[in-house]
Design a protein around this ligand. Structure first.
Ligand SMILES: Nc1ncnc2c1ncn2[C@@H]1O[C@H](COP(=O)(O)OP(=O)(O)OP(=O)(O)O)[C@@H](O)[C@H]1O
Ligand SMILES: [Mg+2]
Length: 291
């Protein structure tokens, strides 16, 4: 193969791990409200993506295209190489698990346990696997004590946790969590962050739609900022927090650690968490003493 041929084949090999591809997608809701405008974006296997933006920016509308509940008005969405126009949401759901922003749209069973079991049976898991995966989900999301409770009688935060549990129970390849930290206390948020890391180590593609910058920042995801149905910025967390213009357009506050180090005039790599911040400060103090 000569150099020209290698150059030509490069984009193809780059796309090998692409699991979701939006090409020039516009979407208007049935009432005519335009919610997505000219979206072209790609998500890869094993990638962690945070989608941020003001209320009404189009975040939920965008992720609902990935499991085919919504189909583009113009343009195309391909998931695992197949256009969502040719596949049903029911079929895509096995591999694309989405936890909706509003838990009441996802819960209907008589008990917490049967809510989780229902999804698994629906996808044809055998009895033993249904038992194993249900136990895993109840344990992982601290829901054992609620097993026999009615889902609709749980608190808002508990309902959200149940939705996260029931979708992750069926082990989808693409995990989409729309506002997963709403109503979660600090212990549950920490558990969720650990779980995200575990799922990433299993090469899942994880898309987190969230206003909770302090939750997203330590995970250092690829960040996508949305406003008015468009993508304003797309890059590493470190790159995107430097784009102050897009940040203010998207109505997003920078993480506290970024604000602090910017204030201190240190615009190098921003620390992802307090441990990295401490190491950075110690290094600077040692360097200052040695001067
Ligand atoms: N079912 C619907 N019917 C009509 N318009 C809708 C519907 N759902 C959302 N919209 C409109 O589409 C636009 C995008 O909404 P979307 O729910 O995607 O925003 P979002 O970024 O997820 O906001 P939030 O942060 O509030 O969750 C908004 O203008 C919204 O009012
Ligand atoms: Mg939303």
């Amino acid at each position: 193969m000569n150099l020209e041929q290698i150059a030509e084949s490069a984009p193809l090999s780059e796309n090998v791990d692409s699991v979701v591809r939006f090409t020039n997608v516009d979407y208007s809701h049935p009432n005519g409200v335009p919610a997505l405008r000219g979206i072209s974006v790609e998500f890869k296997k094993g990638e962690l993506v945070g989608i941020l933006g003001a209320n009404g920016a189009g975040k939920s509308t965008l992720v609902r295209h990935i499991n085919g509940i919504l189909k583009p008005t113009h343009g195309s969405v391909e998931v695992f190489g197949e256009s969502t126009k040719n596949t049903s949401a029911a079929k895509l759901s096995r591999r694309v698990g989405i936890v909706f922003q509003n838990p009441n749209n996802q819960l209907f069973a008589q008990s917490v346990k049967s809510e989780i079991e229902f999804g698994l049976r629906n996808f044809g898991f055998d009895d033993e696997l249904v038992r194993q995966r249900t136990d895993w989900a109840l344990n992982t999301f601290s829901l054992i004590e609620y097993s026999n409770r009615a889902p609709m009688e749980l608190s808002g935060g508990e309902k959200k946790r149940l939705c996260n549990a029931l979708v992750l129970a069926w082990d989808p390849d693409i995990v989409i969590l729309d506002e997963p930290t709403v109503g979660q206390d600090s212990e549950q948020k920490e558990r969720l962050a650990q779980l995200v890391k575990l799922l990433l180590s299993e090469q899942k593609t994880i898309i987190l739609v969230s206003h909770d910058m302090e939750f997203l920042w330590p995970l250092q995801p690829r960040m996508i900022l949305m406003s008015g149905g468009k993508i304003l910025a797309d890059g590493t967390a470190q790159q995107v927090v430097r784009d102050r213009v897009s940040f203010s357009h998207a109505n997003i506050l920078a993480p506290q650690l970024v604000e602090l180090f910017t204030e201190l005039g240190d615009l190098g790599r921003f620390p992802a968490d307090e441990f990295e911040a401490r190491d950075k400060i110690r290094l600077q103090m040692t360097a200052a003493k040695e001067k």
